[in-house]
Design a protein around this ligand. Structure first.
Ligand code: NDP
Length: 410
């Protein structure tokens, strides 16, 4: 038993906490730390309300400023945790990783590090911060698994599975469709500041062996997805395009996210009016405001969406390549249900798909299977035990190929 420290107390942390509690017989003591300790306490309360702890054990909340490496080091030492699941905001990633390197404990996160001062990171995303610490991880024997949510995360493992099915990979198209409905006139599914930031910058993809630039909503395509049907998705920049293009430089690697026309209309109006700007403006009354902060203040709190969310998500990889000289194509995917997620762990489906994988990774590290003692992206790891475990703990993987559509098991 390694004991686990969860950092952050948002939507994804809610899922991580419930899933870790369901497996505390294997993980040991659980701790959750966030800037606002009341949020961490509320998550523990919801775990107890669902009687989610598999065996009686420790689950403790702590106040922590995760931007302060020394404070993270002190908490790791005080709790005796050997695995840190960082699901705080992406601004804290490097301070938390540094603390894990200093204390020699395992680290994982679900998104690339972002500098709070920048609008959006540009490629090479992992090269900007994370991979610079690879040698330090190796020297300290620290297992650091980067981006182990769903996308990035499980979709990287899907690409690795496809690698084993083909002689060469020609293209990887990751498609993320949320066909759910939250019932509000307009809302973002995550913190609007983070959500809009993702779509205001340049859209990068890896095609013809080089980075290509587009703008958001410039390139769209309809994908025929299982369960949720034909869905329009748009070329979007995403962390995993970088790590996957480093492993498969000969392949085109693209990320597509589904959006309805309504979302695009609202986004376009807000953006063109200047309401997504982080630059302060002064009103006629002399009041200085940041437009994006005002928009955030009037939009629904994303955390409030979960109870009424219905419908499904479908996220997967369309991979094309060749096998024995012939063209082959597979779709490897998962379908998750918003209502089922809420019933089980009190969160919507998108948080669920992001929060279950790091707990699977923690279990694999605790069992020694993924405890590689160095820094790795998910596609560097053996996907078989990960996918088998996800099948068992709530995120089953299916594969659609010429022969048909089946559960993927190893
Ligand atoms: P939330 O915004 O809901 O939660 C972030 C949490 O981090 C909050 O509890 C916040 O505290 C805490 N936090 C922020 N700064 C600090 C700090 N300095 N010290 C301690 N705690 C801090 O985010 P989500 O739960 O939606 O997402 C969490 C992470 O997961 C993000 O990095 C996101 O990008 C990633 N993600 C990954 C996905 C994937 O599939 N790979 C999908 C979805 C999300 P406070 O409450 O006080 O603000």
């Amino acid at each position: 038993k390694r004991n686990v420290l969860i950092i952050g107390a948002g939507g994804v942390a809610q899922v991580v906490a419930h899933k870790a509690a369901q497996h505390n017989d294997r993980l040991g003591d659980l701790h959750i730390a966030s800037r606002t300790v009341a949020k961490a306490e509320a998550i523990i309360e919801s775990v107890h309300a669902k009687d989610a702890m598999k065996v009686p054990g420790v689950f403790q909340a702590h106040a922590l400023d995760a931007m302060d490496t020394a404070a993270v080091v002190a908490l790791i030492k005080a709790t005796g945790c050997q695995i840190v699941i960082n699901v705080g905001s992406p601004f804290v990633n490097m301070t938390v990783l540094d603390a894990c390197i200093q204390t020699g404990v395992a680290y994982m996160d679900t998104a690339i590090h972002e500098d709070a001062g920048k609008i959006c990171e540009a490629p090479p995303w992992y090269g900007n911060y994370e991979w610079k610490r690879r040698e330090a991880c190796k020297a300290a024997g620290v297992t650091a698994i980067l981006g182990v949510g769903f996308d990035p995360g499980v979709v990287n493992a899907y690409a690795r599975v496809a690698e084993g099915l083909m002689d060469s990979i020609e293209s990887i198209d990751i498609v993320d469709i949320n066909a759910g409905s939250h019932g509000k006139w307009f809302s973002t599914n995550f913190d609007p500041e983070i959500n809009f930031r993702e779509f205001t910058g340049t859209v990068y993809s890896w095609q013809n062996g080089a980075w290509q630039s587009n703008t958001m909503f410039e390139v769209g395509q309809t994908f025929d997805m299982p369960v949720v049907g034909a869905q329009k998705a748009y070329l979007t920049g995403h962390d995993e395009v970088h790590s996957l293009s480093a492993r498969y430089p000969q392949a085109d690697v693209r990320f597509w996210m589904g959006f309805g026309d309504h979302y695009i209309n609202v986004f376009t109006v807000l953006k063109n009016l200047g309401l997504l700007s982080e630059q302060p403006v002064t009103t006629a009354e002399g009041l200085e405001v940041i437009p994006l902060k005002v928009v955030k203040a009037v939009l629904p709190d994303p955390a409030s969406l979960a109870p009424d969310y219905t419908g499904k998500t479908c996220i997967g990889d369309f991979v094309k390549g060749t096998k024995d000289g012939k063209p082959v194509e597979v779709l490897i995917y998962n379908v998750a249900d918003h209502k089922d997620a809420y019933t089980e762990v009190g969160a919507q489906g998108i948080s669920y798909t992001a929060g279950v994988p790091p707990v699977a990774a923690a279990l694999l590290i605790a069992d020694g299977i993924w405890d590689v003692g160095t820094m790795a992206n998910v596609e560097d790891m053996d996907p078989a035990p990960f996918i088998n475990l996800l099948n068992d703990i709530g995120l089953p993987t299916r594969i659609k190929e010429a022969a048909g559509d089946r559960l993927l098991e190893f």
